[in-house]
Ligand binder design. Structure first.
Ligand code: 0GY
Length: 291
């Protein structure tokens, strides 16, 4: 399979916005290096290598203290690259893994010891093959006693069909990228209202207000069309939101964001110091470093 990636921005702009002390980048990835940690045979795309050392250097450059490394589909349920990053982070990275039905309790405990605090269920057909809901429900039951949460990634159009499954999960549920709204539709329209209602009615459901680069039609540097959506979520649910760079932006088509520009979006979606502290420090610390 040929690589179909755009390389990540090699020299991002220094952001004007300075995150508060202890800020967490709560959605980023490591890839390979493939020579040490091969990509999964069933992957739908092949990313560039993006090492833990490059991730930690970017974290420092952007003014963050900690990272939450999320297993991406190109590594399947082989979490070795993720675990390698966590155990070499001096306690400054925690993780979200992907696990298969045959994962053993000992393997789950080992992931926990390495710093994993969640598992990810991906519903994007372009990224993963279908997994039956009963398998995911069984996995959720098994990780719940560890205090882990479930991260879900889906497209807005699929929310009606997924609603009952999400709201039946026994853990905290974190939605990636605001459930991928169509930002050409009104922020106060019915589609986004459905997503807001999901959080309103279910206090165990959180949202990442991340990835303007994937949602925007207006594009960089400001990603202006995404800002009202993210701001609405931050202001309605200030204690259940997370923010992340999504570095190294796997599987991006079109443009590769400057990570400094992404950081400069933060004060436009969390417009007070209090909201910024909750988004970047209090919430991720409560979810990932509560032990
Ligand atoms: C993201 C987004 C994408 C990819 C993955 O696991 C993945 O492969 O999440 C995407 O293609 O939208 O959040 O990293």
């Amino acid at each position: 399979m040929d690589p179909d990636w755009l390389p990540f921005c090699p020299n991002p702009t220094k952001p004007r916005y300075v995150p508060p002390p202890g800020a967490v980048d709560a959605h980023c990835h490591v890839f390979g290096p493939a020579a040490a940690f091969p990509f999964a045979p069933e992957r739908k795309y092949t990313p560039c290598d993006a090492s833990k050392d490059q991730l930690f250097a970017l974290r420092d450059f952007l003014g963050f203290a900690r990272s939450v490394v999320v297993q991406a589909t190109c590594h399947g349920t082989d979490n070795r690259a993720l675990v390698d990053a966590l155990v070499h982070s001096d306690g400054r990275a925690r993780g979200v893994a992907s696990v298969a039905r045959d994962v053993t309790d000992d393997e789950l405990r080992a992931l926990h010891a390495a710093g994993v605090r969640g598992t990810r269920f991906n519903f994007l057909r372009r990224l993963v093959d279908f997994t039956p809901r009963e398998v995911l429900a069984e996995l959720a039951q098994r990780i719940a006693p560890l205090g882990w949460h479930v991260v879900v990634y889906f497209e807005a159009a699929d929310l009606p069909e997924l609603w009952d499954f999400f709201t039946s999960l026994p853990t905290t549920v974190v939605v990636d990228h605001m459930g991928r709204p169509d930002v050409t539709r009104p922020v106060d329209g019915p589609e986004f209202a459905r997503f807001l209602r999901l959080l309103q009615e279910h206090p165990n459901i959180w949202s990442k207000v991340s990835c303007p680069e994937r949602l925007s039609k207006s594009g960089p540097p400001g990603y202006d069309d995404v800002v009202p959506f993210a701001r609405a979520v931050v202001e309605r649910f200030p204690d259940r939101v997370l923010w992340g760079t999504d570095w190294p932006h796997p599987n991006m088509k079109g443009h590769m964001p400057d990570d400094g520009h992404l950081v400069d979006v933060i004060p436009r979606i969390a417009v007070t110091a209090d909201l910024q502290r909750r988004l970047l420090v209090d919430n991720p610390m409560r979810l990932y470093w509560n032990d």
